[in-house]
Design a protein around this ligand. Sequence first.
Ligand SMILES: Nc1nc2c(ncn2[C@@H]2O[C@H](COP(=O)(O)OP(=O)(O)OP(=O)(O)O)[C@@H](O)[C@H]2O)c(=O)[nH]1
Length: 389
Amino acid sequence: MSERRSFWGFGRRKSAEAQPEIPAPDSAAPDSTAPASATAPAASAAPGTVSGDTGVREADVRGTGADPAGTAVDTATEPAPTAGATAAKDGWFSRLRKGLGRSSNRLGDQVSGLFTKKKLDASSLQDLEDILIEADLGVDTAMAITDRLSQQRYARGIDADELQEVLADEVEKVLAPLARPLEITGEAPFIVLVVGVNGTGKTTTIGKIAAQQAAAGKKVVLAAGDTFRAAAVEQLKIWGERSGCTVVAGAPKADAAGLVYEALDAAADADVLLIDTAGRLQNRAELMAELEKIVRVIKRRNPDAPHAVLLTLDATTGQNAMNQVDIFGKTVGVTGLVMTKLDGTARGGILVAIAAKHKLPIHFIGIGEGIDDLAPFQAEDFARAISGL
Ligand SMILES: Nc1nc2c(ncn2[C@@H]2O[C@H](COP(=O)(O)OP(=O)(O)OP(=O)(O)O)[C@@H](O)[C@H]2O)c(=O)[nH]1
């Protein structure tokens, strides 16, 4: 059993295919005069107040509205888990298990069907391997599990509970080296670029991270770099208002790289700058070129930045996520993954296959739309939850 990391992993500083038609990358110098406004959040803004005019999907800003300060625990100042942190941890695990219920039920139902026989034989092991592959765990993990079973248990058979333990163990082995909290430390502002396909949860993830960072006492600036979708800007502003973060937004359809340039200025004295980008399919070269331009603009200001490039992946998309990791990785140098929407999908196993193949750090997982529904990824918890333990 691996050592449990603390629930919240932030370090203190110093310490389908609806495709947006993003205009072709603008050749204007990004340091030109893209209109931008630093939006000071209204203290009185009610969470979830969504204007009908904005077209903001209500679900896009659904959060608890609760004070995020009550939910985050800063590990730097908290050497031992408090009763509250333990309760939060337990609460998170039961929600994770519930969220992954469809994935684990799918596995569990199919696997239990194999145990009508007293012993595992070559044919039931082959069936098991097929089930694991169909559950998106990937060929390598599926084979590792069946190999281990054939070596250790073949002769005497195995019951369903033992199989769940073996499954959890093997899944944890794949995931544990990659479960790394996003360390927002060192540089200030720490610049995080968030990229991904349409609707994978970029804006929501930024809103949640912003709330956690603000609750930890950081000064956070949000850049509404999704200039394509007006509703995305409104959505980000609402998240910003909730956590008291400055939001830098431009005119609709403004050049995204120019907006990012303005945001870099606005964030000069901030601890963290979180940059939202428009969703784009990984096979649209011109849209991927726009992302490269954003990275160039950032690097021109700070060659070490962005300090993190997060790719959000929607767990419900299954195998397509593999290809997204490939192409976004090649284009903008993804440094870590956020897997969203693990609640309510039967395809959560894809995270294991992605980990086995791409070996990128997995920073966060999302199991809902609310402000509390994003937490640092913990391999053991995930492995046990998906195995139905
Ligand atoms: N159930 C669930 N819904 C989520 C999760 N994360 C995000 N969502 C929802 O997914 C939808 C899309 O999220 P956004 O944050 O707008 O996604 P995006 O990637 O910014 O979207 P585009 O800007 O259109 O590319 C919203 O309705 C969110 O509330 C999650 O972990 N679980």
